[in-house]
Design a protein around this ligand. Structure first.
Ligand code: FAD
Length: 220
């Protein structure tokens, strides 16, 4: 079992700390279920928050982008960045609007990205990214050639300074509102897979693999 995530003044939970945790395994479960993160960083006076794909590889997050993109160029300099991943599990309808809320699981991590230079390591990280998004896809698709690897920046960000916040369960109305005559409860929300749509240019004899027809999140 790896050690808990580091608590610092930056990630110390102040509002509703009872919903928070620094448990590494719980943070990893949230990260492993997600598909996209929002990466935040500053450039001069401006703050950017950009959506991107990610994967967890051991104790690091892996992200990638075109070598030509501002995102990859900026983050690979190792500047401070933060990454947020959120799952929205339900809308919590309390009798009062003030106590209405959301059920969620989220991770906020702070760190500095490092660009992977070694080709084999780059391939391993891209494999982790592919397998995180679509388990089974890496070995069933053409893998990147040298030119494509050269055109791709692959970044890792160590998972050291991070926190979790989770809300579950029914609404928590005030005692004086319990008789208010409106429906109270939770509207659950989840990611649902649609029917796979084949590329119209594809030969119709190609059948979709099981990892496509049975695709679901979470994967475990
Ligand atoms: C679900 C999802 C997953 C993605 N995964 C990746 C990934 O893994 N790797 C990757 O490199 N990129 C990914 N992208 C695209 C990414 O969000 C950026 O558009 C891209 O990386 C270029 O960033 P940039 O800062 O270099 O772009 P620039 O073109 O330099 O950005 C200039 C400005 O364009 C606007 N802008 C840029 N991106 C977006 C956006 N997505 N939505 C709205 N406005 C935008 C912002 O105002 C930004 O400041 C993903 C996007 C989405 C929505």
């Amino acid at each position: 079992m790896t050690a808990d995530l580091k608590q610092t003044p930056k990630n110390k939970l102040k509002r509703l700390p009872e919903r928070g945790s620094y448990d590494r395994e719980k943070a990893y479960a949230i990260l492993d279920e997600g598909l996209i993160c929002h990466a935040g960083f500053a450039m001069g006076e401006d703050i950017f928050v950009i959506p991107m794909a990610y994967a967890r590889m051991g104790d690091v997050l892996v992200m990638h982008g075109s070598v030509a993109s501002r995102l990859a160029k900026t983050l690979s300099t190792g500047i401070n960045m933060s990454v947020c991943v959120t799952h929205l599990d339900g809308l919590v309808l309390a009798r009062s609007q003030f106590e209405s809320s959301m059920n969620y699981r989220s991770v906020v991590a702070f760190g500095n990205a490092v660009a992977i230079i070694d080709e084999d390591e780059k391939n391993q990280a891209l494999k982790a990214l592919t397998e995180h998004l679509v388990p089974g896809r890496w070995s069933d698709s053409r893998q990147p050639n040298r030119k494509e690897l050269g055109a791709t920046t692959v970044l890792t960000m160590p998972l050291q300074e991070a926190s979790i916040k989770v809300r579950t369960g029914p609404p928590k109305d005030l005692e004086k509102d319990m008789d208010f005559p409106s429906w109270a409860g939770v509207v659950p929300l989840k990611v649902v897979t649609g029917t796979p749509i084949p590329d119209p240019t594809q030969d119709s004899s190609v059948t979709p693999p099981e990892y496509v027809t049975n695709y679901q999140r979470p994967t475990r």
